[in-house]
Design a protein around this ligand. Structure first.
Ligand code: GLN
Length: 250
């Protein structure tokens, strides 16, 4: 009996430590049991707003993870290029934002096991006659979302980069003929192209990538808990069901 009480107490304590860090930040009043997720809700179908609510694949995966580790999920909507800093500072426990695992980001945060694959694709105006990557020249003006892998890769290959706060703003600039192409993740690209007439995605993609959750380096306990939750959600079909809700099979 005593043992049971003790182990129950231990479990409660573990849950509280897992969930407490994000809220112990600036205010100093740790609200226990809250998992704070930092994201940028401009990235459908992974995270976007429906009225005041943030929905999407990442929001639902985070909700499922939070349930598994016994925390309430709180989502913070901030600029994409601030997410890693938010996690490093401890203001957020987890960054989930269709975020690609990169060596550079690994210097600052740990990544969970990947939960999705993606690629950077190129959107152009159908009427432009651009059919493949080789049709883009040194003079082409490429639009990207600031701080994303699209930004990083294009900055290596092109001279004229226009950086936007939101992927959608880059797509709008493309429809207005201000830029020649947008390089962005494949699923958001499909959403944006479906919402804007006259745009196409080139068949040839730029890179292949994997998405994972970013977690503060010293929070290995949360990293392990998230990986455990993810593997259970993969095994029991929850992850596939969430993805299928937002992405229809071709
Ligand atoms: N996958 C890209 C990256 O990690 C873009 C993510 C995003 O814009 N939300 O940089």
């Amino acid at each position: 009996m005593k043992k049971q009480v003790l182990s129950a107490a231990l479990i409660v304590m573990m849950v509280l430590t897992l969930c407490a860090c994000g809220s112990s930040g600036s205010s100093g009043t740790a609200t226990k049991g809250v998992l704070v997720m930092a994201t940028n809700a401009e990235f459908p179908p992974y995270e976007y707003k429906e009225g005041d609510k943030i929905v999407g694949i990442d929001a639902e995966i985070a909700e499922a993870i939070a349930q598994k580790i016994g925390c309430k999920l709180e989502i913070e909507d901030i600029a994409f290029d601030s997410i890693i800093a938010e996690v490093v500072s401890g203001k957020a426990d987890i960054g989930l934002a269709g975020m690609t695992i990169t060596e550079d980001r690994k210097q600052s945060v740990n990544f969970s096991d990947p939960y999705a694959t993606s690629s950077q694709v190129v959107i152009v105006q159908e009427a432009s006659g651009i059919k493949g990557l080789s049709d883009l020249t040194e003079d082409s003006v490429i639009g990207v979302q600031i701080g994303t892998t699209g930004d990083i890769y294009c900055s290596d290959s092109f001279q004229n980069i226009e950086r936007y706060n939101k992927g959608m703003e880059a797509v709008q600039a493309l429809t207005q003929g201000k830029i020649d192409a947008v390089v962005i993740d494949s699923e958001p690209a499909k959403v944006f192209v479906s919402e804007n007439a006259g745009l196409i995605i080139l068949d040839e993609s730029y890179t292949d990538e994997e998405y994972a959750a970013a977690i503060r380096k010293d929070n290995t306990e949360l990293l392990e808990a998230v990986n455990k939750a993810l593997s259970e959600l993969k095994a029991d079909g929850t992850l596939d069901a969430i993805v299928a809700k937002y992405i229809s099979a071709n």
